[in-house]
Design a binder for this molecule. Structure first.
Ligand code: HDD
Length: 761
């Protein structure tokens, strides 16, 4: 009271949040203009015209950093306290009656610490439990105002902060990153007009057409309920039982059995909004839109044997890769593209655009690039940001609207609902990572963990006591749903049914398969073979092969052969005897090879094998040259630490053959020096290292001395067809030209022409 009377803040550490301007209490009856009330801006509410909505892409900087400063904690130089701010004298011992006496109930410090610890975990997401996040920004290339009034697309150069969470779907929070699985690709745009969440996947279609089936799908794919196995894997009876009975899954299965489901990196996979959404412009006109994210680094995947091994040696492979790319300045970057089409065009398509199991081939509706997204800052705290971030398809902003896709309708309900139990109540929007940077004003009040302290006595509308505020924004500024006409035929009324074109379950599955390169087709067949070989019920296996006969006889035959099935089962009956003629029978854009990327060897993990006697000068020159080109070189020796070089000095190995095996690297440079080669050739781990590199189609730089190591490992110099293997780059002398050739070869990602089934090496 004294402080107030003296015009001083009652709480000097929080002047702004308590409604004081410049630390001074307002005079009674004087309201404070919002912009001055919260200098530095709050994520909770209030006007906010800071750098967050900026106009220039902040390369290397991140506009979402500022608003979260309010809640960031840095304990450097601070004393330890309880949650009530009470300084703690001793953090080692509980309070006892005598040194050997009983612990006292009054020890509030011990009890607070243990109680908090007991409640450190929250429920994990029912799907997409395992994920990794990053901050970044979206930058618009050119105004898209002819189609949409959505804030991120209003002007060229406009920057909107984003937070992205990538995830696997099946596994639990602690499961491995490299499971064969769909990857979540969820983007939260903190726009000037509220948060827009584009909650997509790295695959543009889905398993099912109606949200009614989602719990069944998830129950089928999750570990089987009686024994809780297998973890993060679809290769089990219940999954294949379900999908083989749901022919609408077939198209999605083709994608999930392709290399798309084992990406090399979150930075090398595409993302898709999946559903048809709507763009709405200032005049209220709307068009349909599908969203595509395309990685600048190209679309690159692992091979299965590699993915399986990585999951043992580094279950955090993708999480680590994302983290390290950002820390090293190799920011993951994606171009956002849109497919825009009208209602009339949609009606003419051979498929239904409300069906999430269908794509719109790019040859039919081209993908127009509209902006880029750069991920340039790692979270400060995994739990506070990546775990607590809550994406909801219901989060749209003026300019974006829904289509009638029945899968989307269910999602619009599901996400908000799940956050309420996962994050403990209806105020999860106030958790800093979820809070919009746009002001929030409404009459919603109270509930668990309420952060905002609303002033005044009015929490209803209409009101006169608060001057009618907060007031309705009206049709010009506010969100207005598109008055879409409902095309239901009068005689239909309320129905539980599907439109007819939904019943074409195979045309696009065939399109996908036929659009793949031969090696991609081979991998699809191998993936089906592997997954179905894990089943214990032969009838399920057979039903799936019967279904594949409707996609491709060649594929069905290959899978059947791989399963030792002598005779092919009859094809499954089709739901639609005569599907409409497809517009496109081949779409090269569906192959991973269509997007080699433009980042060369940036962020590639390159091992430089070394052992005592290796040419140290060459090794160091190679490390420097690779690092110069943005790659991540690591010297790998029989042990970490000092290695004696041929010159007699030492180099330090960053990793050992044991702690970072060959399959963790994109390529390997073998050393020069007969002594080193002899040591490696006598080391089983080194032989496995190069064998895995070879088997997984990687590039090996091989100086003359090192040919002996390849011979010892049984690695042939020629491809199966007798031609020279382009992935074995010879390297001699000072190595500069060889390293150049090596880098160019590594940029090609892999050498699948080396592959045989089963592998030769
Ligand atoms: Fe979903 C999470 C993507 C269908 C219900 N979903 C979730 C996440 C992604 C997707 C990326 C993780 C978000 C994050 O990182 O926190 N989901 C999709 C896509 C779908 C899809 C692309 C089909 C096109 N989902 C779908 C349906 C339903 C849900 C049909 C329910 C009717 N999804 C959920 C959920 C989750 C979720 C239960 C679990 C955790 C969460 O929401 O936050 O509400």
């Amino acid at each position: 009271v004294q402080a107030l009377a003296a015009g001083m803040p009652s709480n000097p550490t929080k002047p702004d949040e308590h409604g004081f301007v410049n630390g001074v209490a307002p005079k009674p009856g004087v309201s404070i203009a919002p912009p001055s009330r919260l200098p530095g801006a709050s994520t909770l509410s209030e006007a906010n015209a800071s750098a967050k909505t900026g106009g220039v892409a902040p390369e290397g900087g991140n506009p979402t950093v500022d608003p979260l400063d309010r809640v960031r904690v840095d304990s450097t130089g601070q004393r330890l306290t309880t949650n009530q701010g009470v300084p703690i004298a001793d953090n080692q011992n509980s309070l006892k009656y005598g040194v050997r006496g009983p612990v006292l109930l009054e020890d509030f410090i011990l009890r607070e610490k243990i109680t908090h610890f007991d409640h450190e975990r929250i429920p994990e997401r029912i799907v997409h439990a395992r994920g990794s996040g990053a901050h970044g920004f979206f930058e618009c290339y050119a105004p898209l105002t002819q189609y949409t009034k959505a804030a991120p697309f209003r002007e060229a150069g406009k920057v909107t902060p984003v937070f992205v969470r990538f995830s696997t779907v099946q596994g639990e929070r602690g499961s491995k990153d490299t499971a064969r699985d769909v990857r979540g690709f969820a983007v939260k745009f903190y726009t000037d007009e509220g948060n827009w969440d584009l909650v997509g996947n790295n695959i543009p279609v889905f398993f099912i057409q109606d949200a009614m089936k989602f719990p069944d799908l998830v129950h089928a794919v999750k570990p089987e309920p009686h024994h809780g196995m297998p973890q993060a894997a679809s290769a089990h009876d219940t999954f294949w039982d379900f999908v083989s009975l749901m022919p609408e899954s077939t198209h999605m299965l083709m994608w999930v059995m392709s290399d798309r489901a084992i990406p090399r990196s979150y930075a090398t996979m595409q993302g898709f909004g999946v559903h048809s959404y709507r763009f709405v412009n200032e005049d209220g006109d709307s068009v349909f839109v599908k969203f595509h994210w395309t990685p600048k680094a190209g679309t690159h995947s692992l091979v299965w044997d590699e993915a399986v091994k990585i999951s043992g040696a580094d279950p955090d492979y993708h999480r680590r890769d994302l983290w390290e790319r950002i820390e090293s300045g190799n920011y993951p970057e994606y171009e956002l593209g849109v497919q825009v089409f009208t209602e009339e065009e949609a009606e003419r398509f051979s498929f239904d655009i409300l069906d999430a199991t269908k794509i719109i081939p790019e040859e039919l509706v081209p993908v127009q690039p509209v902006g880029r997204m750069v991920l340039n800052r790692n979270p400060d705290n995994f739990f506070a940001e990546t775990e607590q971030v809550a994406f909801c398809t219901a989060h749209v902003v003026p300019g974006i609207d829904f289509s009638n896709d029945p899968l989307l309708a269910g999602r619009i309900h599901s996400y908000v609902d799940t956050q309420i139990s996962r994050l403990g109540g209806p105020n999860f929007h106030e958790i800093p990572i979820n809070a919009p940077i746009a002001p929030v004003h409404n009459n919603q009040r109270d509930g668990m963990h309420r952060q905002a302290i609303h002033r005044g006595r009015v929490s209803y509308e209409p009101n006169s006591l608060a001057g009618g505020c907060p007031f309705q924004a009206g049709a010009v500024q506010g969100f207005v749903s598109v008055p879409a006409r409902i095309a239901a035929k009068a005689e239909q009324g309320k129905v539980r049914a599907k439109p007819e074109k939904f019943a074409d379950h195979y045309t696009q599955a065939t399109l996908f398969y036929e659009s793949q390169s031969p090696v991609e087709q081979a991998h699809i067949a191998q993936a089906f073979r592997f997954e179905l070989s894990k089943l214990t019920v032969p009838a399920v296996r057979e039903r799936m092969v019967a279904s594949l006969r409707n996609v491709s006889e060649t594929l069905a035959r290959k899978v059947a052969d791989g399963l030792g099935m002598r005779t092919l089962p009859e094809p499954l009956p089709r739901a639609l005897a005569k599907p409409a003629k497809p517009e496109v029978r081949q779409s090269p854009a569906l192959s991973l090879l269509a997007r080699p990327g433009e980042m060369g060897i940036r962020a590639r993990m390159v091992a430089l094998l070394a052992a005592d006697g290796a040419d140290g000068a060459l090794l160091q020159a190679q490390v420097a040259a690779l690092a110069d080109q943005g790659a991540a070189p690591r010297i790998v020796g029989p042990h970490v630490g000092a290695i004696t070089t041929a010159q007699g000095d030492t180099v330090q190995a960053d990793a050992s053959l044991e702690n970072e095996p060959g399959f963790l690297f994109d390529a390997v440079v073998l050393p020069q020096g007969a002594e080193a080669i002899a040591a490696l050739a006598a080391n089983g781990q080194a032989l496995e290292f190069v064998k895995d590199q070879y088997r997984h189609g990687k590039t090996l730089l091989v100086p003359a001395d090192a040919r002996a190591l390849l011979e010892q490992a049984g690695i042939p110099w020629e491809l199966p067809d007798g031609s020279a293997d382009p992935g074995l780059v010879p390297g001699d002398g000072d190595g500069e030209a060889a390293l150049q050739a090596f880098a160019q070869t590594v940029a090609r990602h892999r050498h699948p022409e080396r592959e045989t089934d089963p592998p030769r090496v």
